[in-house]
Design a protein around this ligand. Structure first.
Ligand SMILES: Cc1cc2nc3c(=O)[nH]c(=O)nc-3n(C[C@H](O)[C@H](O)[C@H](O)COP(=O)(O)OP(=O)(O)OC[C@H]3O[C@@H](n4cnc5c(N)ncnc54)[C@H](O)[C@@H]3O)c2cc1C
Length: 400
């Protein structure tokens, strides 16, 4: 977003709490190995960042074969109830467009708001879309975007768009060979980024916004963009009632990724995903999926990146659960190299959707010299956040 604003001629200062940019795009580098602990794949929806990668001369490599529940993923999708897959995709698409058009109206009908708040599983079952339901176990829960009997329809539809489905069908999921961290580093190199500058205070008044950082420095601006979770932002400013309402309307899921070295485990596919961890009612903490990610003798052999829903577990408990799951699936852990716990995917509460959350997310923009971005306002994916930002800067441009 900083880059987009600078391209429109604005002066932008970015405060970053940590010593490097990237946030949830976090790459582990060791020898020749480049392992994504956070952001991993780009899809057809990553149009803007894919173009930036091209401009920066950064090549992409495709994802290899995937297995779901020990078998071919498409076979599992087709085993779902209801009519043939092409018919289901068509019905899904028509119904998704209808609902999204209704929700985009200035005053959406209450029936559309009710539909938006319904768990996606119910919505799919009412339309006899069992193959799409199976698809979403992998496309949604497996990557920690909520269980399908809980995640509101509006959020599941937003993520499972035609571009995602086509990316999957044409096997066009890709990752930057040099890593997402390197990508953001290069983007940031052209911008005024203050590293190791945690914002601790945001004072908004009639004549501007004063930012205070943990070193005690202050600086004044015309406008502020909140690009961190709103529940954290409201603690550092005199918050408005609407900000507090939105912050309370979402629940952040926890997602943990762990890089391990393991012997005797799968090497015939790139990714193995596990159904038992994603069916509604499954215990959190189970291994959702694992990606085979290179080899490093010094670190213990073949490398794998595994994901778990954090739940209420501590770091050592999650490690123990992961070790047990890997053993159950035939592997032997030789080294646990790095574990990262992420605050991830802001799930909307159905009650908040029914009381107007979707229009609140819209109407809050630009109030009090503040603009808002990140997962709450679009979806927990680089594609959606960057696309959202491209539209937001156009809106800001009219006001600034
Ligand atoms: C395991 C995992 C896998 C993922 N896979 C994909 C994928 O395949 N494809 C995809 O598109 N997306 C993926 N994502 C999602 C994607 O990484 C995130 O949605 C995206 O990076 C979020 O960007 P953001 O800028 O909104 O937030 P963040 O990346 O969280 O950035 C927020 C930044 O704000 C900084 N900050 C926080 N508080 C302060 C403060 N007080 N002062 C100053 N700075 C502060 C943080 O240090 C951080 O750098 C994945 C995420 C995870 C965790």
């Amino acid at each position: 977003m900083g880059r987009m604003l600078v391209e429109l001629g604005h002066e932008v200062t970015i405060f970053e709490a940590l010593g490097e940019v990237g946030g949830k795009s976090f790459t582990f580098y060791h020898g020749e190995n480049v392992v994504e602990m956070g952001t991993c794949y780009a899809t057809f929806s990553h149009k803007i960042t894919n173009q930036w990668m091209k401009d920066l001369g950064m090549p992409m490599s495709p994802l290899g074969d995937q297995r779901f529940d020990g078998d071919d993923f498409m076979k599992f999708v087709k085993s779902g109830y209801g009519p043939a897959l092409p018919f289901q995709v068509l019905t899904y698409w028509k119904e998704k467009l209808r609902l999204e058009r209704q929700l985009a109206r200035p005053n959406p009908p209450q029936s559309a708001i009710e539909e938006a708040a319904t768990p996606i599983q119910t919505w799919l079952r009412e339309r006899n879309l069992g193959k799409i339901e199976n698809f979403m176990l992998r496309s949604t829960t497996n990557i920690a975007y909520g269980f399908i009997d809980e995640v509101p329809t509006v959020q599941a539809l937003r993520w499972n768009d035609m571009k995602l489905i086509l990316t999957g069908l044409f096997k066009q999921l890709k990752m930057p060979v040099e890593g997402w961290a390197e990508f953001w580093r290069r983007v940031a190199a052209r911008l005024d980024v203050r590293l190791n500058s945690r914002v601790t205070g945001v004072e908004r008044g009639n004549d501007g916004v004063t930012i205070t950082t943990d070193g005690g420095q202050t600086q004044k601006f015309d406008t502020v963009v909140c690009a961190i979770p709103l529940d954290e932002f409201i603690k550092m400013t005199e918050s408005t009632a609407l900000e507090r309402e939105i912050a309370a309307a979402v629940e952040w899921n926890g997602y943990t990724t762990t890089l391990v070295a393991a012997e005797d485990w799968f090497d015939d596919v790139h990714v193995e995903a596990f159904r038992e961890a994603v069916v509604p009612g499954a215990e959190r903490g189970q291994m959702l999926s694992a990606r085979r990610d290179g080899y490093e003798a010094e670190l213990g052999g073949p490398l794998y990146l595994a994901g778990q829903l954090t739940g209420d577990y501590t770091a050592p408990e999650l490690e123990e659960l992961l070790r047990a799951d890997i053993t159950k699936h035939g592997g032997t852990v030789t080294n646990v190299i790095l574990q990262k716990r992420w605050k991830y995917f802001a799930q909307y509460s159905p009650e908040a959707i029914r009381s107007g959350l979707l229009s609140d997310l819209e109407s809050i923009q630009g109030q009090n010299r503040t603009w808002y971005t990140g997962a709450i306002f679009s979806h927990e994916a680089v594609s959606h956040i960057v696309n959202f930002n491209a539209e937001l800067v156009q809106r800001m441009q009219k006001v600034l």
